[in-house]
Design a protein around this ligand. Structure first.
Ligand code: NAI
Ligand code: MG
Length: 494
């Protein structure tokens, strides 16, 4: 396990020597320490990234050359899937099987963007037909510059991959600031990139506190692009920092995504996908479908089945065999989720199951998966992200009512609809104001497809070719081809 900052291809402690505790959420024990990066460290990392971009030729390498590094990083990740997954469990709490899935997805993300880096070489310049035939215009895409990636704790390695892979593919250099609760696999990624021979300064990793290292990175005048995933409150600060220097910004800020279950749905499928939509990864998922709307006729059967199945979920240490729901990531997040449940009760919601910690283990940030009913439409439980294994379920009457309730939110990351009637599912999908709509499922995520939200869920799209666009500038090169004078000041002729 690394404990230093990775800057300009070398490991070094924080400028003031300060360290952060690394806590295992399953046991509440401190098992490691990490450098707590200072603004000086951030400055060193940004300068290294600047040099790698401006002087050392990273953006001038061909897409195929950059793809070679990305594939080597993917191989490095694949060679260590088990070790990386275990580290992720120790840091984040998630069940080992889910962590393995994340790690493999992270490798796949580097492979996918290796392909897009190669395609950049082939795509070349686009020529434009212009309204004035005396001119010729071509359009080229160029790397944007130094990208700062600030990522959350729910998918530590995967969120790093979602930003680092497209940025490097595009020819940008990167300073990555992982979340303070889960920085271990980001440091392993740096080590893997180092072994893959990635030139110094192309990827830098600065661990540390959001308010210190994160803010210094967002504020740094030599950063060209801010890519952020996390809370809306911090997202707004990132955007304010970007506004000062007119930096490019992309934000992925979570939400309160609805899941609409119509009466013609298959009950087993509906119950299982609703569970997957909120209990996978402890519900610490930006796209979690945390507001479930079920058509009246199906509601009683659906609810009793949901509660019955939810109570069977095995809660425990993510490393223990058979665990389906691990502890929440940290003490602050645990307290936040418990207090959200208390406030929901106070507002009149009924706890149909869960709502408390299990009898065992007695240490660790464990919470039984929780189903809330009778949740008032104006309560925080219905309107605000809880970011834990807590789902609100409500009946609805008509399709129009379901769509209205689903869209009545300031968020718009994701939504899901389940129905046996394809025409209805498509009609509802079209009416939902969200960047990702799942039909007859919830959460499956593909590297090829665009990811991001409407409304206050963010700005921009990650993944797929849209993810690459985040790190590219667009340049037009326009040529005057006529041999005669332009004729505004000088008249032609002898
Ligand atoms: P956060 O938004 O504070 O943290 C995300 C990242 O931003 C971390 O790397 C953190 O160090 C950094 N950060 C924090 N303050 C910063 C600042 N002033 N300048 C620059 N960077 C800063 O998320 P937090 O507090 O850990 O979780 C709080 C809530 O945020 C959760 O309960 C959940 O509702 C939401 N969240 C949403 C996520 C998503 O995927 N959209 C992921 C994690 C949390
Ligand atoms: Mg941790």
């Amino acid at each position: 396990m690394h404990d230093k900052l990775y800057i300009n291809g070398a490991w070094r402690p924080a400028a003031d020597g300060r360290m952060l505790d690394v806590v295992n959420p399953a046991t509440e024990q401190v098992f490691h320490h990490l450098a707590s990066g200072t603004p000086d460290d951030v400055d060193a990392a940004v300068r290294a990234a600047r040099r790698a971009f401006d002087q050392d030729g990273w953006p001038q390498r061909s897409g195929a050359q950059r793809a070679g590094y990305l594939r080597a990083i993917a191989q490095g990740i694949r060679a260590e899937v088990d070790a990386l997954a275990r580290l992720e469990v120790l840091d984040n709490g998630k069940p080992l099987a889910e962590a393995k899935w994340d790690v493999e997805d992270a490798a796949g993300c580097f492979e996918f963007y290796a392909g897009l880096a190669e395609a950049l070489d082939q795509s070349g310049a686009e020529t434009l037909a212009l309204s004035d035939a005396r001119f010729e215009s071509k359009v080229v895409r160029e790397p944007l510059g130094v990208a700062a990636a600030i990522i959350p704790w729910n998918y530590p390695l995967l969120m790093a991959a979602w930003k680092v892979a497209p940025a490097l593919a595009a020819g940008c250099t990167v300073v990555l600031k992982p979340a303070e609760a889960t920085s271990l696999t980001a440091l392993e990624l740096a080590a893997i990139a180092h072994r893959a021979g990635l030139p110094p300064g192309v990827l830098n990793v600065v661990t540390g506190l959001g308010a210190v290292a994160g803010q210094a990175l967002a504020d740094h005048p030599q950063v060209d692009k801010l890519a952020f995933t996390g809370s809306g409150v911090v997202g707004s600060r990132i955007m304010a920092a970007a506004a000062r220097d007119i930096k490019c910004v992309s934000l992925e800020l979570g939400g309160k995504s609805p899941f609409l279950v119509f009466e013609d749905s298959d009950l087993d499928q509906a119950v299982e996908w609703v569970m997957f939509g909120i209990f996978w990864n402890q519900g610490e998922v930006c796209s979690a479908t945390s507001r479930v709307l079920v058509q009246e006729k199906l509601y009683p059967r659906f609810l009793s089945r949901l509660v019955e199945e939810t109570d069977k979920i095995v809660v425990g240490d993510g490393l223990a065999e058979g665990t389906q729901l691990g502890p929440l990531v940290s003490r602050p997040q645990y307290d936040k989720v418990l207090s959200a449940i208390e406030r929901a009760r106070a507002a009149g919601a009924v706890v149909a199951c869960g709502g408390t910690r299990p009898a065992t283990p007695t240490q660790g940030y464990y919470l039984r998966p929780t189903v809330l009913t009778d949740v008032p439409l104006d309560s925080d439980a219905w309107r605000e992200e809880i970011f834990g294994p807590v789902v609100c379920v409500r009946p609805f009457g008509t399709e129009a009512e379901a769509v209205r309730l689903a869209n009545d939110t300031r968020f718009g990351l994701a939504a899901a609809v389940m129905s046996g009637d394809t025409a209805r599912a498509e009609r509802v999908a079209a009416a939902l104001r969200a960047g990702i709509v799942w039909i007859n499922c919830s959460q499956p995520t593909f590297t090829e497809a665009p990811w991001g939200g409407y409304k206050q869920s963010g700005i921009g799209r990650e993944l797929g070719r849209w993810g690459l666009d985040n790190y590219l500038e667009t340049k037009q090169i326009t040529r005057f081809t006529d041999t005669r004078p332009w004729g505004w000041y000088l008249q032609g002729g002898d």
